[in-house]
Design a protein around this ligand. Structure first.
Ligand code: FES
Length: 111
């Protein structure tokens, strides 16, 4: 595990409970879920738009470009892009990252 410090918990809360950060060149979408913090590759697997529109109740994030939806804790695509309704969703999942709080800051496991 390689933990990298990102934003403060207060900054995440100020941003509405979700934020995209750049960690060593990887854009990672961090969100607070019902069960803690989660990290997800923020680059959509369809056409590389940056996620997203976070829906806290369902712990999913929607791509602003064509509305594909991903689970924040698994990275699984659960709704295809609106312009590609037959896209192979099982192949379009996103990498997830461990996120932990340490001293008021959020750290992401980039290993
Ligand atoms: S780029 Fe994300 S759904 Fe198309």
């Amino acid at each position: 595990m390689v933990w990298k410090k990102t934003v403060s918990v207060k900054a995440l809360e100020h941003a509405g409970g979700h934020i995209a950060v750049n960690v060593d060149g990887n854009v990672i979408f961090i969100a607070k879920g019902k069960d803690g913090f989660h990290g997800l590759n923020a680059v959509c697997s369809h056409a590389k738009c940056i996620l997203g529109i976070y829906e806290e109740d369902s712990m999913t994030v929607r791509c602003p470009c064509h509305s594909a939806r991903f689970e924040i804790n698994t990275g699984k695509m659960i709704e295809p892009p609106s312009v590609a309704p037959n896209a192979p969703m099982e192949k379009l999942g996103l990498k997830v990252y461990g996120v932990r709080e340490n001293g008021g800051f959020l750290e992401v496991d980039v290993d």
